[in-house]
Design a protein around this ligand. Structure first.
Ligand SMILES: [Fe+2]
Ligand SMILES: [Fe+2]
Length: 305
């Protein structure tokens, strides 16, 4: 375990970095290495389109403890992603050959940034990071099924939900959940936290297996402090408007960190989210940081007070 286990397990500060999609530079590495974050959480989609390795090489320079979940753009080929989007199962099966090897290569290239999926890592004596199904892409199909079946024995949403529930059974009292796509149940409009903007007819584009896991964790008496995810980018593809970026349901703060691109063209205004955890209290804010590491803007996420 690389995270310092805090003596009273009271206070912890985490950074959440949304879909990078090629937008990470040495200023980011310097900023986070010089920060006081206890850990960094990456929600995946490192690749601009499908080659994640250039970003992974840069992220390997991080010295803070860090965890990541792969997104649907990571460790896949162009043809594989195309087949997934266009629902061409046979082409997808053929193009998907070698995904296990690509994930392994990405894992090794990320170096100290731990690439996870269907996993539980302890952040403190009673606080854990549960990392959900990797490469999540949406609820309309079970994407990358062949790889997930081969690697994890998980071939559908129900099996994925059961796998996540088994992880919850091993978890301590407090949980942070790291996912690529968010859970179902947070709204069906195109500007909802994980609502479909590319095809509003899909409505709620959150994942049902993740919803099962969150509900199960809470029903079993655990406190899910936050669910952090991305994938559904903030900017609406059709209207250009911005989606809702957080929902708090009285117990859990759900965050969509996919501010894409996460910096301006001139290299300023680098986005990430800061989480402050104190016992069962959690607060969050979006931060925009300059090339020099100065906070240029900040926005509170979550209910006031
Ligand atoms: Fe993305
Ligand atoms: Fe994605």
């Amino acid at each position: 375990m690389h995270v310092r286990a805090l003596a009273d397990n009271r206070s912890m500060k985490l950074a959440v970095i949304g879909d990078i999609h090629g937008f990470w530079d040495k200023c980011d590495t310097a900023y986070f290495n010089g920060s006081d974050y206890d850990a960094l959480l990456f929600v995946g989609d490192f690749a601009r389109w499908t080659n994640s390795l250039p970003m992974a090489r840069m992220l390997a320079g991080l010295t803070r403890p860090a965890w990541a979940i792969p997104g649907n753009h990571d460790a896949v080929t162009r043809l594989q992603l195309y087949a997934a989007i266009k629902h061409r199962p046979l082409l997808g099966a053929i193009a998907g050959i070698g995904m296990g090897w690509r994930v392994q290569r990405l894992t090794e290239t990320l170096g100290p940034v731990k690439l996870r999926g269907f996993s539980l890592d302890r952040l403190g004596t009673d606080l854990a990071l549960l990392t959900a199904r990797p490469h999540a892409m949406g609820p309309d199909r079970f994407y990358y099924r062949n790889y997930l079946k081969h690697r994890f024995g998980v071939g559908d949403f129900q099996a994925s939900g059961e796998r996540l529930k088994a992880l919850v059974d091993q978890a301590p009292k407090r949980l942070i959940i790291l996912a690529h796509n968010g859970p179902a149940g947070l709204g069906s409009t195109s500007d909802a936290l994980f609502g479909s903007d590319f095809n509003p007819a899909y409505g709620d584009f959150g994942d049902p297996d993740l919803r099962v896991a969150v509900d199960y964790a809470r029903a079993s008496g655990r406190r899910v402090l936050a669910v952090v995810a991305g994938h559904m980018h903030h900017r609406n593809r059709k209207t250009g408007s911005s989606r809702i970026t957080w929902v708090h349901d009285g117990q859990t703060l759900y965050l969509n960190a996919a501010y894409v691109p996460r910096m301006r063209r001139d290299g300023s205004h680098h986005h990430h989210i800061a989480l402050h955890i104190n016992g069962t209290a959690l607060t969050a804010e979006a931060l925009f940081v300059s090339r020099e590491g100065e906070v240029e803007a900040r926005e509170a996420l979550g209910p006031a007070g």
